[in-house]
Design a protein around this ligand. Structure first.
Ligand code: UN1
Length: 503
């Protein structure tokens, strides 16, 4: 039924106010994907209460049992991979092969995290005293609030949710307003996999209403957010004031360095994928190509000929190399950055326009755009655009390339193309980023490694990998005295008596 899209304590409900919003296909805005509950604080509070109710029992459920549900979730995601991928093309706009990759990331994450159900949850360490047993164990944090973006509508919820569930937390999930249908499908599969009532709740709606209420809710101990740096800053400051745990994964201004000895064919392929994959709407997209002057012309000409012949189409067409961008507002924002780049003096080589005829007029399509003569301080070289726009910055040395690569406020993903082992390892040490690639594009992170960035990209947390457990667990240190003696032995004091002092 329209608008009945909040799963709270095992029941699908409309918003308390009864108001709704729509999700539309960005390749054809006349295609309405569905109508969703437009939720506010009251709905969030109901979901938080349900998550709190479910918490004691879920926390006590043995981890292998929790893991078995995640394993079944992996199987269900596999079974529904094609259906979800097609829905993703329609609701979010990425091309089909990429949509399959998005679902695959969640499948990988489900199996990976499920395997940890029988792995150590802490450590046993020696004591400085006799007959004392010391251990540190991970414990869940309680109700975790997840605020997720539209660009990886299945993968990113899986990065945040599966570790939190394995650890014994319960969830209130507020997905992006541009992709609610995929989030609902994801939660339905979790229910089918056997997740107990109230352990995962979903509340659809807008950030300023539902998202903000989730951050404020007293029952939520931890927030995990992926989105813009501006929103992340607001969320992190509120969480700071409320003394909540908060993990923010925010903007990027990723770059590819192409040195004079690089394999140019490989670098061009890497740049194409990094800049225009997912229409540039990845946190890991490369919007700066930092190219040595000796290979500049060769690299630029090869890249330009590829970009100029790029197939932009609705992602349902198997020939499509790039689909639409997410919505009209984003389309206008991308275009205003391109106009700004031209005013700043960057040279537009191709693209630079909203595609508005020949079948494109119903959707949000932008021509893949390539600039040359970009300089490091231009705003288009400093600010995240989140669209199919990149530019070449010419450099004269390896050192200059590293300085420019590091010269932004962000630090998610940086890549370097070279055949020189010593420069590759120097770069690995010097690049200021959470993810460094050598002879690979800036996109393509695998789930078993931590994902996240330094500087204004993150606030010190990582998603995916085993390290994702850190954001959703606390450490509890435990000391057990199993001595049969009635003596009190004090740490530090009685084990190191100051010889001669008392005599
Ligand atoms: C994102 O854009 O937020 O490395 C995630 C990549 C993908 C994940 C991107 N595996 O580009």
């Amino acid at each position: 039924m329209d608008g009945v899209t909040n799963l709270i304590g095992g029941k699908w409900l409309p918003s308390a106010s009864g108001s709704t919003f729509e999700s539309r296909n960005p390749a054809d805005l006349s295609h309405i994907i569905g109508i969703y509950a437009r939720s506010e604080a009251q709905d969030i509070e109901a979901a938080v209460a349900a998550a709190q109710n479910a918490y004691p029992d879920w926390r006590r459920t043995p981890p292998p049992e929790r893991a078995a549900i995640l394993f079944r979730m992996g199987q269900l995601l596999e079974k529904h991979k094609e259906r979800l991928s097609i829905l993703m093309v329609e609701e979010m706009g990425k091309v089909l092969v990429e949509a399959r990759g998005d679902v695959q990331e969640a499948i990988d994450m489900a199996y990976y995290i499920a395997a940890f159900g029988r792995m150590p949850f802490g450590s046993v360490v020696p004591s400085e005293r006799r007959d004392i047993y010391c251990m540190a164990q991970r414990v869940p944090v309680g109700v975790v609030g997840l605020i997720t973006p539209w660009n990886f509508p299945i993968a990113i919820p899986s990065w945040k949710m599966f570790p939190a569930l394995l650890a014994g937390n319960t969830i209130v999930f507020k997905p992006a307003e541009d992709t609610p249908q995929l989030a609902i499908e994801f939660v339905r599969l979790l229910v089918e996999a056997g997740i107990p009532t109230g352990v995962v709740n979903i509340v659809t709606g807008y950030g300023q209403e539902a998202g903000a209420a989730l951050v404020e809710s007293q029952g939520v101990t931890t927030i995990s957010f992926t989105g813009s740096t501006a929103t992340g800053r607001q969320i992190a400051s509120r969480c700071g004031a409320l003394l909540k745990r908060v993990s923010c994964e925010m903007g990027g201004k990723n770059g590819i360095v192409v040195l004079d000895d690089a394999d140019i064919d490989l670098a061009v392929k890497g740049a194409l994928w990094s800049a225009y994959g997912t229409s540039g709407q990845r946190c890991t997209a490369a919007s700066r190509l930092i190219v040595h002057r000796d290979v500049h012309q060769k690299f630029r000409d090869a890249l330009l000929s590829q970009v100029a012949s790029f197939r932009v189409e609705a992602g349902t067409n198997p020939e499509a190399q790039m689909g639409p961008v997410i919505n009209r507002a984003q389309l206008d924002r991308i275009h205003s950055y391109v106009e700004l780049g031209q005013r700043e003096g960057a040279k537009l080589l191709t693209g630079g326009k909203i595609l508005s005829e020949g079948g494109f007029e119903k959707g949000c399509f932008y021509a893949p755009t390539l600039f040359d003569s970009m300089t490091p301080q231009m705003r288009i070289a400093q600010e995240e655009i989140f669209g199919p726009v990149t530019g070449i910055i010419e450099v004269s040395s390896f050192e200059e390339a590293l300085a420019i690569a590091n010269g932004t406020l962000y630090g998610l993903s940086l890549s370097l193309y070279t055949q020189d082992l010593s420069r590759a390892f120097r770069a690995i040490q010097e690049l200021e980023a959470g993810i460094v690639y050598i002879n690979l594009p800036t996109s393509g992170a695998e789930i078993q490694l931590p994902f996240g960035g330094v500087k204004q990209t993150g606030n010190g947390h990582r998603e995916a990998g085993w390290m994702a457990m850190d954001y959703c667990t606390e450490w509890k240190s435990v000391y057990v005295n199993y001595s049969t003696s009635s003596d009190l032995v004090r740490a530090q004091i009685d084990v190191h008596p100051q010889k001669g002092h008392n005599t």
